[in-house]
Design a protein around this ligand. Structure first.
Ligand SMILES: Nc1ncnc2c1ncn2[C@@H]1O[C@H](COP(=O)(O)OP(=O)(O)O)[C@@H](O)[C@H]1O
Ligand SMILES: [Mg+2]
Length: 508
């Protein structure tokens, strides 16, 4: 007696169709599963056996062989509990329904309850692409399942519910998308909380408007963390495609389970500096996305930047350049998207007072150099904006004057982004920071004075070719904020300011 049940699997960011076959034959009773890694097979077998018994069905007394195909792709075992369960009941004729148009995904507990699983969203999308009419998923994954249209998604709490549904005794209600899931909570912070710091705020506005990375340098307690946490409040809204891409990553990382909100707003990730390189970039036997992919289309804030492990910092280089990260594993290479705005913050020296006119720096030159050397030249070169954050004076801190709100800044950011969207229409570039060298040449037209200043500074500051391109891209964003078609002298002059820190702090 033979049966075949549809399911799905995930590798990297992509889902694929899986077939679970069960064959019952006479002979000594045994239960074998092939096509899964060893450890997963053992566990899955025990869960399925218990679930079948505890749900009041007969566990067939025969030789049971279950095959999970394709066998050559590494799979995570637990989501196949449900299809294996169904396949055995179907092969032993305890389920009569036609299952050819239905897919099943989910981990079982011993009593037949369905546990939430990772990666349900991409799997449901794939199920629809495979042409299935319906898919059964765990109730805890209802929200992500509900996003997909064009397929009936049935969230079930237990196998009993699924059996009743299949025998048409009691139907399960299709996945329901609650309104509160779609509504955004208002931000709890606002740029108007930050007193003074006009130049840092301006730099963050440029960062948001053009998607530029930035590094904030300044003494402790000047508001660097405070400023960084407010960057999401001025970023443009996500497009639907961006929301889907980021939500898929969160689904695979298991961050959407049990009624957690879907990703409709740009993520803000701020890992601690003790994070390992693998947790940052992603990894595992079956690769899972890391922090930088969870920051996809959002902000990655790295506070105390020099304190991060050198390997973690250097691992940022590829994603900063290409917007993707390659995770190499024995099971294959996986490419995760990781396009984020990096906001790094650091003190100017170990004691934090270097460059502070009011406090004396107690660090030796070699201590300072060692501290700065924790950030390599190539990494520094990849950061667009260098922002100096100074102490605010008492008058500013205590003033009752109103600071500009995030809403006002965001409006300007949105207008600048609108110009970029029109500029890059038909390409996969979305903002100035991501311009290719050719685009930089085409779209960054300098006035005569501007190009003279750039030439002069290039020689004097000893800029690299990469830094040159970055200055052009930043000045493009500054010109966009200024509603200017061409890049003028003042735009280049401001852009140059944001590259001046390498010399001040690194050329000791
Ligand atoms: N410009 C500012 N306006 C208002 N409060 C500030 C400002 N700068 C610092 N603070 C106060 O100091 C605290 C520490 O700031 P923080 O952002 O953690 O500094 P840093 O990250 O530079 O060490 C903040 O929580 C805030 O209460
Ligand atoms: Mg801080």
């Amino acid at each position: 007696m033979y049966s075949k049940v549809n399911s799905l699997g995930i590798f990297g960011l992509d889902a694929f169709g899986v077939e679970v076959e069960a064959d019952l034959s006479s002979g000594l009773p045994r239960f074998d599963i092939v096509g899964l890694p060893d450890a997963a097979v053992k566990e899955s077998r025990e869960r399925v056996r218990s679930a079948i018994k505890n749900c009041g069905f007969d566990f067939p007394v025969s030789r049971i062989t279950v095959n999970i195909a394709p066998a050559d792709v590494k799979k995570e075992g637990s989501v196949y509990d449900l299809p294996v369960f169904i396949a055995i009941l179907k092969a032993s004729k305890q389920i009569k329904a036609d299952l050819s148009q239905i897919a099943f995904i989910g981990e079982l507990s011993l009593d037949g309850e369905l546990r939430s699983s990772n990666g349900i969203l991409p799997m449901v999308i794939k199920a629809k692409e495979c042409g299935f009419k319906s898919v059964f998923i765990p109730k805890g994954n209802e929200f992500e399942g509900s996003v997909v249209e064009g397929i009936d998604v049935f969230p079930a709490e237990s196998t009993k519910e699924i059996i009743s549904h299949l025998s048409k005794d009691k139907m399960i209600a299709p996945a329901y998308r609650s309104v509160e899931q779609d509504e955004e909570e208002p931000f709890s912070v606002d740029f108007s909380d930050v007193k003074g710091q006009q130049s840092a705020k301006r730099a963050l506005e440029i960062s948001a408007a053009g998607g530029h990375n930035c590094l904030m340098i300044g003494p402790p307690g000047t508001g660097k963390s405070m400023l960084a946490k407010r960057l999401p409040t001025i970023l443009p809204e996500m497009t639907f495609d961006e929301q889907m891409e980021t939500t898929k990553i969160y689904s695979i990382a298991g961050e959407l389970k049990n009624g957690k909100r879907l990703v409709f707003r740009r993520p803000f990730r701020s890992p601690h500096h003790t994070i390992s390189a693998q947790a940052l970039t992603g990894g595992g036997t079956i690769p899972h996305p890391g922090e930088i992919s969870l920051a996809h289309h959002g902000v990655m804030f790295m506070d105390e930047f020099p304190e991060f492990d050198r390997r973690s910092k250097e691992a940022l280089r590829q994603p900063l350049e290409d917007g993707i990260v390659n995770v190499v594993r024995t099971s294959g290479t996986v490419c995760f998207p990781s396009e984020f705005i990096l906001v790094a913050a650091m003190n100017p020296c170990p004691c934090g007072n270097f460059g502070n006119p009011k406090k004396e720096c107690k660090c030796s030159d070699s201590a300072k150099r060692r501290y700065m050397d924790k950030i390599s030249g190539p990494l520094l070169d990849r950061i667009d904006l260098h922002i100096e954050v100074q102490n605010v004076d008492y008058e500013q801190l205590s003033s009752k004057g109103k600071e500009e709100t995030s809403e006002v800044i965001r409006k300007r950011v949105n207008e600048a982004r609108m110009k970029q969207r029109l500029r890059f229409v038909g390409t996969n570039v979305t903002c100035n920071a991501k311009m290719t060298p050719k685009m930089t040449k085409d779209f960054c037209v300098l006035s005569k004075e501007a190009s003279e200043l750039l030439k002069l500074s290039f020689d004097r500051m000893g800029l690299s070719a990469r830094a040159y391109d970055k200055i052009l891209r930043i000045s493009r964003t500054i010109a966009d904020l200024d509603n200017s078609e061409n890049i003028e002298l003042n735009h280049i002059a401001e852009a140059l300011q944001y590259r001046s820190l390498d010399r001040k702090y690194w050329d000791l």
